[in-house]
Each structure stands twice: as C-alpha cells, then as structure tokens.
Design a protein. Structure first.
Length: 471
C-alpha cells in the first residue's frame, strides 16, 4: 500500500505481517539479554527489511499505563485505539445519509451531510486493498441505492448495448446499399464489432456481466466491477449492519503488468472478500470490543492483529456542530521510515500559515510547534487562531489545531497518530446554523481528547504486547 496521510500527503499504505520480536528474558537467575535496537522481518511484498524494535517501555506507552477514564466520561473507539467522550455531550460520527452525486461506490469517504468533516477507511490484506464507508441511518432508498446497484447498472447497460446493436445493423445496411463506401477493413471491423456487442448482450441476459458474488450474509451484495481504475481491478459491494450500511471497494493485489485478472485470480479475490466481510459486524456507539480488530463508526472488523490499515474519521458534539475533530491512525509499513520529520514539519507549517493569511484574516494566536502528549506518547502540536474581518459583519474567530505522533515503522500498536480540531464557517458551509465557539472555549475538549487516546486492550493481546503486558 502506498503510504500517505490525510494531512501531509501520505495516503495508501502497505503494512507488514509480522510480530515484532521481543527481547529474550533471563532465565535461571541470569541477567536478561539486551533487546536489539533493530530486527529483520518480511513485509507484505515479500522483502526482508529491518525495522526499529521498540523497547518494553515504548510498547507500554501505547496503552497509557495509569490513565483512568474519569467518571464523567465514557469510551468510544476508532481503529485499534480508543478515547474518552464526555457523558454530558451527544457524540456524532461523520457519516453521510446518502451516496455522493457521482453515485454509489464513488468517493467512499466519511463526512457529514452538511459538508464538514472528512475521513477514509482502508484495510489491506495479502489479497485485497479495501476501502470502506459507513452510511446511515438505513432507509429503503439507501438500501436500494447500494444493494440493487448492479441490477440497475446492468439493465441500463443492456439498453445501451441493444441500441448499439441497432446502430450496427443500420451501418451494415448502409454498406450493403452503397458498397463503394467500404474501406479495406470495414467489413472485418463491422463483423468484429457485432460479435462483441452480441457477446455482451448474451452475458447481460444470462446475468454473467459484472458477476454477482454471494457473500453468505443477509442484506448484502457484491459484484465484480467491469470498471478498471488506473489499470486496477475491483470488487464492490455493501452490507447492512443494524441501522447502518457499510459500502466497500476492494482492489485486487498481486496482479502484474496491468493484466486483467484470470478466473482463478478472481476466485481467490472473491474468497478473500467473503472472509473479510465475514469478520465485519455491527457495533453500537460506545461499545468497546475485546477482540483484535478495527473499530469503525458503528461497526467492527475483526483481524489477527496484523492487517495493514489507515483509518480516519471525523466526529462532532451536537452542541457545537461547527467544530469537527478528526482522528487519523495509520500503521507505518515495515521498511518505511516513520514520518517524524513530516509530523514535526506539520507542526511548523501550522505556525507558518500565519505568514500567508488571506486578506481580511488576522492571526491572533499561534499554537506551536510545541511538545504535547497524546496519551503517554510524546508528540508535537501546532496550529493557528485567526479572526475574520469582513466589511459590515462582526469579527469571527476560526482555528485549526493539530497534534501528531510519527509512530514506529512495522508496528500495529504504535501507529502514526494525527488529531485535528478545526472550526467551520457558515460562509463555506451554509447548512450550518451556528458559528463555532471561540478557541478558548473549544480547547479544553481538544486537550482532554489528546490525553485520553490509547491502545484498546484485546484478548488475546496484540502480538507485539504478548509477554509484555499481563492479562
């Protein structure tokens, strides 16, 4: 997976399938051997690479030892991590109630209907790179939009092919009446074109076009997509989980030379998709699963603790809909350096924005760069507070606060972490009915969020914590 982050250009990632080797413990009274600073592992591409070997203390920091959720808060989770949410506030994940204008399975992102918020969920296994998007609440229209998409598209395609066949026949009649119009290859081209159209029509009528895939689960649908994107082949589908619908698009991995998949490769991919979706389940808000896997908004995806992942989503509190918080958690691929310099650069760039403020915008506060704790992890923070000064309107404050931790290459429990709090304006988002509160009022919630972020405990432990944390 090509590794990118939502803030500084890292998006697609490939993550290692390894359990980082732990230091040997002393036996029989002998002093324990020092842990190596690096270990050699095999990444998902089959390459032998060396990665840093976190110490026991480094690994324990992921769990924020000693931290206790205050009584006035409760837990929510995203990816492999969890965080606190005040009980007194209504919490809302950024999920859309309908697909984009481009149609189902296009632009599978997380966002609010009013246009604020952002996020993207991507999981990589050895066979598939899958993007998920959560929608809800489920309505008959939403269900129809996704689960019957293939039938609608195939019906439209059949109408188009029948129209093409009619045009083909008209061309053939024209050349029969006026053979002098025939070029050297016209007859052959016409014959080839007719054969292809007739073959497509036969496939459509026999329901072979964009082959349907039985996922073995109720309220679900999946199919082979005939649309190739940047020379890649995809499976698409959706499943209803309780009050929400999860759509997905899976790119086949391991294909060479931009070739179309063989039937055997399609079969392998379909079996991998059945397994993946078989591990997907509904999750209530504030439900914290005990198994290894990934929390998604209103869903949970089980895994063995090794799948590649980049998971980001926004949320808001109902009393301040113009303030969104974005969490981005991305496991750094083995062999890819953790983006320490980029994280630090992001902190500096937030500060530098003040030097490029647009007309009518006055910087009132620079928020860094400075050190900050995300859970127990030493991280970097940056950002700015601005005041918009428009003629005939009262001054309005806006802000963008950022905190990030680079993570460890090859680690699932110490991923890259990015946390953003930003205000939205009614000028940019007319569907908002109120402005954001001042930064001074919003900051305590941001600080409390940063302090509470830590690894979600699982049973069994994550592979990197075995022999480190006692159950």
């Amino acid at each position: 997976m090509q590794y990118q982050s939502s803030l500084y250009g890292l998006r697609r990632l490939t993550i290692c399938t390894v359990t980082v080797l732990l230091a040997a413990y002393g036996r029989g009274g002998h002093a324990e051997e020092p842990a190596p600073k690096e270990v050699e592992v095999t990444n998902r591409l089959g390459e032998r690479v060396r990665i840093p070997n976190p110490t026991k203390a480094d690994r324990l920091e992921a769990t924020a030892p000693g931290y206790v959720t205050p009584p006035e808060s409760r837990l929510e989770c995203l990816g492999r991590l969890m965080f606190d949410v005040p009980r007194s506030l209504d919490f809302e994940w950024a999920i859309a109630s309908k697909s984009t204008k481009q149609g189902p399975y296009e632009q599978l992102f997380q966002y609010f209907d009013n246009g604020t918020g952002r996020g993207r969920i991507e999981i990589e296994t050895s066979e598939l790179r899958t993007t998920f998007a959560v929608y809800g609440p489920v309505t008959p229209k939403l269900r129809e939009e996704f689960l019957n998409y293939r039938a609608r598209m195939n019906a439209a395609t059949l109408r188009g092919k029948l129209g093409s066949l009619q045009s083909q026949e008209e061309d053939e009649d024209l050349y029969k009446r006026s053979p002098e119009l025939l070029g050297p290859n016209t007859k052959q081209n016409l014959a080839d074109g007719r054969r292809k159209i007739e073959r497509d029509i036969a496939d459509l009528k026999a329901d072979r076009y964009q082959k349907a895939i039985d996922l073995g689960r109720p309220d679900s649908a999946a199919f082979r997509s005939d649309e190739r994107i940047q020379s890649a082949s995809y499976l698409r589908g959706a499943i209803v989980l309780g009050n929400h619908l999860v759509a997905f698009e899976s790119m086949l991995r391991g294909l060479k030379n931009d070739d179309d998949p063989t039937e055997a490769q399609w079969t392998v991919a379909e079996n991998a998709l059945r397994k993946l979706i078989g591990q997907l389940q509904a999750r209530d808000l504030y439900e914290i699963p005990k198994e290894r896997g990934f929390c998604l908004p209103y869903a949970f995806l089980r895994d063995d603790g090794t799948d590649g992942n980049e998971i980001s989503s926004s949320f808001r509190f109902a009393d301040s809909p113009a303030v969104t918080y974005q969490l981005n958690f991305a496991a750094v691929p083995a062999g890819t350096p953790s983006p320490t310099s980029l994280i630090n650069g992001a902190g500096r760039s937030m500060d530098a924005l003040g030097d490029r403020a647009p007309a009518g915008m006055k910087v009132t506060q620079r928020l860094g760069p400075r050190p900050v704790k995300i859970g127990a992890l030493t991280s970097v923070q940056g950002g700015i507070v601005v005041e918009a000064q428009r003629p005939g309107q009262p001054a309005r404050e806006g802000y963008h606060a950022y905190a990030g931790n680079a993570g460890w290459s090859g680690s699932q429990i110490l991923p890259t972490i990015e946390v953003v709090m930003e205000s939205a304006s009614r000028n940019a988002h007319p569907r908002l009915n109120a402005d954001a509160p001042p930064y001074a009022e919003a900051r305590p919630r941001f600080d409390a969020l940063l302090k509470s972020i830590r690894l979600r405990p699982t049973s069994p432990q994550m592979p990197e914590l075995e022999h480190v944390v006692k159950q």
